[in-house]
Write a new protein. Structure first.
Length: 146
């Protein structure tokens, strides 16, 4: 069963929750970990351990870059580094309002998924197990243009 870890900045929580909803609406067999979602981390658990457990076991990693400054956020950099350390290829979804040329290193050293390129993000989502991405394409496109 494919599993997706979604990393995001605090300012992108609403977009991340919507991204998770669209991923789940697009597949029966997909599991998504989102630290800002109550279903991913149960109350009473040690949240850092839950994040690291998810990072250690998920088959796909996505970071949502909704602002240029997201590339410098300690948690996004930590989670991207953890995924890279496991040998995963992080999928960095750069939202349409962000100029990729202004994204800082080390995140800038990873090839982005430009959300302005429908073919690219559709292909990446299909590879993650989102089976009806074509049906959800207008909703994803709307989210990415925020």
């Amino acid at each position: 069963m494919p599993t997706v870890f979604v990393s995001h900045g605090a300012e992108a929580t609403v977009a991340a929750v919507e991204f998770r909803r669209l991923l789940l609406d697009g597949s029966r067999d997909l599991q998504v970990f989102l630290s800002s979602d109550w279903n991913s981390i149960q109350s009473g658990t040690i949240w850092l351990l839950e994040i690291e457990r998810a990072l250690a076991t998920h088959t796909h990693f996505v970071a949502l870059i909704t602002e240029e400054s997201d590339a410098t956020l300690p948690w996004i950099c930590y989670e991207v580094g953890y995924a890279r350390g496991r040998g995963l290829s992080p999928k960095l979804f750069v939202f349409s309002g962000v100029d990729p040329k202004k994204i800082a290193f080390p995140i800038a050293g990873i090839h982005f998924v430009g959300t302005w390129d429908t073919n690219r993000w559709t292909e990446e989502l299909l590879a993650m197990g989102v089976s009806n991405v074509k049906e959800k394409e207008p909703e994803f496109a709307k989210l990415f243009k925020q």
